[in-house]
Design a protein around this ligand. Structure first.
Ligand SMILES: [Zn+2]
Length: 283
């Protein structure tokens, strides 16, 4: 169970590294041709789609966790995370629309441009790596939308940084479109580049909002983690505010069911209570 979440973390780390490299290489956009620019925006569309899938998985995870806890405060905290994922999902929808529009405009501008051959653009190559890694992170979550507040907090922690990089990279694309418009040799080519610049401007503004909504999401997931994670006093492992998966029939019919479990879904370690062995109380 934990392995899958670890894979999601690995994929997100890979995506962040690739986005950092793309940002370091964004100077290559200063000399990019129309073809190079269009080729750079394409993987940006993919990155936004991957982030949207990861956020959708976070929504499912927060919903399941709010359903699986008996603790009202923890349930409320997971609900807060869920609302934050919805705000982020709406912003991502807008960003994806603006990026698709930017890509279409850049593609049209490429057709109008005199120079159609392009040297490789380093930022683009790194963005393609980030696109693949985020797609993988989104797909891994589909196998098991996690019900682990620790994993959810780590996943959401990586997202504001990704939005940060999107802001600077889309800004670099916008500047490239501006330069190409100034250098255009025909009115048609100039209009096409101006269209790209305008669409990229809208995308930059939305990416700024995305950074804010993702920071809020990360904060909510962190709050929920603080409430929903304690420790099993016997083995020292994390205890989650999650009804155990291995309730006995007697426990299932009891009005006071154990409310905390180990990370793998088992009950907390047994201790001697008034009526025999019972799961330990989390500390
Ligand atoms: Zn234990």
């Amino acid at each position: 169970m934990i392995t899958r979440d670890t894979h999601v973390q690995d994929a997100l780390t890979e995506a962040v590294t690739a986005l950092n490299r793309a940002s370091d290489a964004d100077a290559t956009l200063k000399t990019a041709t129309a073809l190079g620019l269009a080729g750079t925006i394409a993987p940006l569309v993919g990155v936004a789609k991957g982030v949207a899938q990861v956020v959708a998985n976070c929504t499912t995870s927060a919903r399941r966790m709010s359903e699986q806890t008996e603790d009202a405060a923890v349930g409320e905290a997971h609900h807060g995370t869920r609302l934050a994922t919805r705000a982020a999902a709406r912003t991502l929808q807008g960003l994806r629309a603006h990026l698709v529009e930017t890509h279409t405009a850049a593609w049209n501008a490429r057709a109008a441009a005199a120079v159609t051959s392009s040297p490789g653009v380093a930022a683009r190559d790194h963005l393609e790596v980030a696109d693949r890694a985020l797609t993988q992170a989104g797909n891994l979550g589909l196998h098991r939308a996690g019900t682990d507040p620790i994993a959810l907090a780590s996943t959401t922690h990586a997202l504001p940084h990704i939005a940060d990089r999107l802001v600077s990279l889309i800004e670099a694309c916008r500047n490239a479109a501006h330069r190409l418009a100034e250098q255009a040799t025909t009115p048609a080519e100039q209009t096409a580049h101006r269209d790209t610049e305008h669409a990229a401007y809208q995308a930059v503004r939305t990416a700024h909002s995305l950074r804010r909504t993702l920071a809020t999401l990360a904060g909510r997931a962190q709050e929920a983690r603080a409430l929903a994670v304690r420790k099993c006093p016997e083995c020292g492992e994390a205890a989650l505010a999650h009804t155990p998966d291995d309730l006995t029939p007697a426990q299932r019919n009891s009005r006071r069911r154990p409310a905390w479990s180990h990370r793998d879904g088992t009950q907390l370690c047994p201790v001697m209570g008034t009526g025999g062995y019972e799961p330990a109380k989390p500390v």
